[in-house]
Design a protein around this ligand. Structure first.
Ligand SMILES: CC(C)(COP(=O)(O)OP(=O)(O)OC[C@H]1O[C@@H](n2cnc3c(N)ncnc32)[C@H](O)[C@@H]1OP(=O)(O)O)[C@@H](O)C(=O)NCCC(=O)NCCS
Length: 190
């Protein structure tokens, strides 16, 4: 993508961080999403993303987001260049609760972007969205994701099994964060 940061959020509110802008995914993002999700190392950690992944899957993803009101999903883009590097969001929004999900393209791992995007999304969920509880799950083999979840203050709820589209039935861990706890830790150690 060009260096221009495009914002098409209905309410004009694009959550931003020091290095990232989170904005609504658009059809122009399909090539980048398709390319990033043509990587089993990313897809195998996600529950609902199909494998193999092609442009039609990415088009369906963008179209579905626009049609549904029970999610707030954002493209994670670099503030400096506008490049899409991943997706973060809250889905299954109901009665003040939602499920957190996220992924980054492999070439952007290990640079702190995951933590930055997830912390901003949590702030957005408990802030403007006024959620009372956020749930998140990760595979037991997903050390990087578990690290983010724990750094963000989530409480361990318990182990379980998750049916994933790409990797089948896998062992998983489930965590939650409530609004009161978020308020007490929201300085994120800064
Ligand atoms: C999970 C994911 C988003 C992490 O993104 P990231 O930008 O690499 O994460 P960060 O750089 O913010 O690192 C988070 C922490 O995990 C640690 N970490 C990173 N990779 C790790 C690994 N393989 N093992 C253990 N710790 C790891 C980092 O050191 C960092 O901790 P620190 O801040 O104390 O140093 C990314 O790996 C990803 O997209 N994976 C595939 C999809 C996925 O797993 N999504 C989540 C589904 S639950």
């Amino acid at each position: 993508m060009s260096g221009e940061v495009i914002c098409e959020c209905e309410d004009g509110e694009c959550p931003a961080t020091r290095r990232l802008v989170l904005r609504q995914p658009v059809m122009a993002d399909v090539p980048a999403i398709t390319s990033h999700l043509s990587d089993y190392a990313v897809v195998s950690m996600l529950s609902r993303v199909p494998w193999p992944y092609d442009a039609e899957d990415a088009e369906d993803f963008v179209r579905d987001l626009a049609a549904r009101s029970d999610n707030r999903i954002f493209a994670v883009t670099l503030r400096d260049t506008g490049e899409l590097i991943g997706v973060v969001g809250l889905h299954g929004i109901s009665e003040g609760r939602a499920e957190l999900g996220y992924w980054l393209a492999r070439k952007f791992w290990g640079l702190g972007y995951g933590t930055e995007a997830v912390q901003r999304m949590i702030d957005f969920g408990f802030g403007p969205m006024e959620l009372s509880r956020i749930d998140v799950s990760c595979r037991v083999v997903n050390d990087a994701s578990r690290h983010i979840i724990r750094k963000c203050g989530f409480f361990f709820v318990g182990p379980g099994m998750t049916n994933t589209v790409a990797a089948g039935r896998v062992a998983s861990e489930h965590y939650m964060l409530d609004e009161c706890s978020w308020r007490s830790i929201r300085m994120w150690g800064r």
